[in-house]
Design a protein around this ligand. Sequence first.
Ligand code: SER
Length: 345
Amino acid sequence: MSEKAVLVTGACGEIGQALIQNLSAQGGFRIVSADLAPLPDAIMSLVAEHLQGDLVNRVKQFYDYDFDVIYHLAASLSSKAEIATEEAHRINVEGTMQLLMMAAYRSEKYQKEIKFLFPSSIAAYGFPNIEAKKAAGGVKEDEYNTPHTMYGCNKLYCEKLGLYYSRYFGQRHLDEKPPTMLDFRAIRFPGLISAYTLPSGGTSDYGPEMLHAAAQGKPYSCFVREDTKISFMAMPDAIKSLIALTEAPREKLSHVVYNIAAFSLTAGEFRKRALHAFPGQKITFDPVQRRQGIVDSWPEDVDDTLARNEWGWVPDFNADRFFNDYFIPVIKKRYANKPSLRTKE
Ligand code: SER
């Protein structure tokens, strides 16, 4: 069987690195990566080609490639996007739009199915206040779609753009097949935690930052309150979900946007578990209002029934398994051998 051509944008980010490692281990893919930065050494040998530079300026280049699957992971995350809103809009929206246009054009011209996988986020939700957040519990995809952040607005809008380019672009009678064969699929990720990399620029970053700091014996001052609760997931589960949604037969999917959930913890519970694994560490809470407000607008948990029913989503790691079987054993080994970890940027 011939290799599938895959494009991974944002390849140097946390999801990008983990996804490239997974695809390469599976085999059968010709991976082209793209990022503003050069590829980290750890994944350099796993890709056939790396296109370095600004996606928006360089998108013309991609028209010459015959991609089967596009993982468009490049983004400016929520905290960073609040500081540089215009830049975030350019990266998050214009970058996505350019890539969608390219994929729609090629899929129509060559009558070829192109899968376009898009990581959306719990930032697409927004609660007016803490009471509403607590009362809502696990939210469904079409509830509280009132994001408070530039990043959340960008993600929600790009979900709609993906739907537009895959279903309606070119306009036909509603009963007719869409002219393009672009197959857009999006996952709304919770906060992700990897034992191998650290995030940068996000607001769920306090979770991974706290755990990595404790594992290295460094003090950590958490920028949200102890009772702050959102949903989190182990990076291997995030990668598993992307692969599973890519492989799901189209006829089984009646939506384009799916929540996925694994476990939901407060920042205080993170501290407790971190101290249990790494006793004696100094973890304090010193909320930063700007970032606290962002996390307070995100759901405590999400309802992932659609993903479970339509493409068989089941996480491997609940909170106990995340700490006991993944994060703690891996991180103990890693920091024992190599005190400084790769970071996203
Ligand atoms: N992890 C992201 C952020 O904090 C949310 O999707 O911005």
